[in-house]
Ligand binder design. Structure first.
Ligand SMILES: *Cc1c(COP(=O)(O)O)cnc(C)c1O
Length: 548
């Protein structure tokens, strides 16, 4: 039996298994990795999130790279245990009923961390309310506010109904769950109403809340107009929020709400701490750099390699520091196996045969403009020349654009255009349906992991950490975690060298091409053992440290 949980971790999305489509990208995968790490460490924690019956979406790409979306079919019964209990919360001027499903995350020592999924598809709710937990990030702002109400207020009701009374810390993973603070206040007032809340009450709630912010640009934070708040939450809650100054310019900003009610606030890398501190000068911001769940993201050939030489790594990832003892031949052999598996997958999905001897560059993440997936195609002629004179290159892409992110969709089309422009000289494949499983295969099976975010928009980034665990070095703009993980020529390579400056595309393009041409391709083709040493240091220095 686990002891009574003392931490409740709330997240709008959670990625625990590839086939459970309750996540869209880095935020959800990080949440899942954090829950798994808590189980490994016997931390008395529980997770709270929503059950999306239509998932995020299934991605289809036509031969021009136009993305269309379909609902994802899946069966929660296959992964989750329905719980008997049902709760209801007042919202929208009526009562919305919520039922609950449980997932048990099993740690390496046999300890479980339960994750509760909230579901409004129950009898007693009308069709609109039943659809509230249909789709992740699928609706308009009104729908989103309702979902966040289910997560924050509904999540608290569920915890209490489950009998969890001794929770000391409520962790908001991003501002989506900030309304949980209102639930804590209402509970504290025990029916006296929010009209009587005083500053001591607020302080008492603040002592219980912790907030992790993930978004380095103001436009990325959820904001809802006052009238919408009134409609969804009712007059009493709305008046309270107004009295305590939670509305800014007529809107409720969920990040401000979370900041206001938290005793501890952190960003997700050192750089992101300082960016967030500038955005929110009234609050002290700390940082805890993201990490990935090492076992989840290490592919079988590397698991076996580590088990042979550093068996302690499964219980304490820091032991990967001793990857320095791994024979280079064995790293090369494990990587060859991971690469073969990826290329077989590419062939199966697209009928395109890539050459295992060719330097393969990987890029897979959410398709959104600041990630600049097409930066490497800035000078097609130079790329062609590099391929014919220095050494051949091939590229593997993956990533979904949010259904309403037209610029993200354009970016996918531009990769398809580059693919056509480079057809004879350089192979490019864009794989559909990027998810945790494909992500793992790509970041382990390529030879270098490319990342070109526009500074300082990459709050942390985690896919490079997954690559490092599989001996794949990064070639990345100095932003987010890479500022901390990068040792030039040792753990990988930087694109540009001044992490403080805003992105200068021309300089970054020149640095990207320059390093490929003069360092990376020559080393890969002429000094494979030197390249394997970089792979080894990526494991030893990055894999051992940037884990959950
Ligand atoms: C790790 C992961 C991400 C995050 O990738 P970044 O490059 O860090 O943005 C996004 N989506 C999936 C499916 C992932 O596994």
């Amino acid at each position: 039996m686990n002891p009574s949980p003392v931490i409740a971790y709330f997240s709008m999305e959670v990625g625990l298994e590839p086939k459970m489509p309750t996540y869209s990208g880095g935020l959800g995968v990080l949440a899942g990795d954090t829950l798994k790490a808590a189980a490994d460490l016997n931390i008395p924690l529980i997770g709270v999130t929503l059950l999306y019956r239509k998932g995020y979406f299934r991605q289809r790409l036509d031969d021009q790279g136009n993305q269309t979306e379909e609902p994802e079919e899946w069966y929660p019964e296959e992964f989750l245990e329905p719980q008997r209990l049902q709760v209801s919360i007042p919202m929208l001027g009526r009562t919305v009923h919520i039922r609950v499903w449980r997932y048990l995350t099993q740690g390496v020592n046999g300890y479980d961390v339960p994750v509760y999924f909230l579901d409004t598809a129950v009898d007693g709710n009308d069709d609109w309310d039943r659809s509230l937990t249909d789709q992740l990030y699928g609706g308009d702002d009104f729908h989103r506010l309702c979902q966040e109400t289910i997560l924050g207020l509904g999540g608290m009701a569920v915890l209490r109904a489950l009998g969890y009374k001794k929770i000391k810390a409520f962790h908001m993973n991003e501002g989506h769950s900030a309304l949980l603070a209102l639930a804590l206040l209402e509970e504290k007032k025990q029916g006296e109403g929010l009209g009587t809340v005083n500053i001591e009450d607020i302080d008492a709630v603040r002592q219980q809340c912790v907030f992790t912010t993930h978004t380095p640009v103001p436009a990325g934070h959820d904001k809802f107009p006052i009238q919408m708040i009134r409609q969804v939450l009712g007059d009493e809650r709305s008046n309270f929020l107004e009295t305590f100054g939670c509305f800014v310019e007529g809107s409720l900003n969920m990040t401000y709400l979370a900041l206001y009610f938290s005793r501890y606030i952190n960003g997700v890398s050192h750089r992101h701490e300082s960016i967030s501190q500038d955005m929110f000068p009234d609050y002290p911001i700390n940082s805890v750099t993201n990490g990935v769940h090492a076992l989840t993201w290490t592919t079988p050939p590397f698991r076996r390699l580590f088990d042979r030489h550093i068996p302690e790594w499964r219980h304490d990832n820091l032991y990967l520091r001793y990857a320095t003892c791994l024979p280079l031949e064995e790293i090369i052999a494990a990587h060859t196996e991971a690469k073969r598996k990826l290329l077989a997958q590419v062939q199966q999905r697209t009928d395109i045969e890539l050459d295992p001897a060719v330097m393969t560059i990987g890029f897979a993440r959410r398709a959104t403009p600041y990630k600049r997936a097409d930066l490497i195609f800035a000078d097609i002629e130079r790329l062609k020349q590099m391929g014919s004179q220095v050494g051949p290159i091939q590229l593997i892409y993956g990533g979904k654009a949010h259904p309403r992110d037209e610029n993200g969709k354009d970016m996918i089309r531009r990769i398809f255009q580059a693919e056509k422009a480079l057809q004879d000289q350089l192979k490019i494949v864009y794989l559909e349906e990027y998810d945790m499983e494909l992500g793992k295969m790509i970041c382990a099976g390529v030879d270098v992991w490319l990342n070109t975010p526009q500074k300082p928009r990459e709050a942390s980034g985690t896919s490079g950490m997954k690559a490092a665990l599989n001996g794949v070095p990064s070639l990345s703009v100095l932003d987010g975690w890479w500022i901390e993980g990068h040792v030039e020529g040792v753990t990988g390579w930087s694109i540009g060298d001044n992490w403080k400056a805003e992105s200068d595309p021309a300089a970054e393009i020149s640095s990207l091409y320059g390093k490929l041409e003069s360092l990376i391709l020559p080393m890969f083709y002429q000094q494979p053992y030197k390249y394997a040493e970089v792979m080894r240091s990526a494991i030893s220095l990055n894999g051992s440290f940037f884990n959950a």
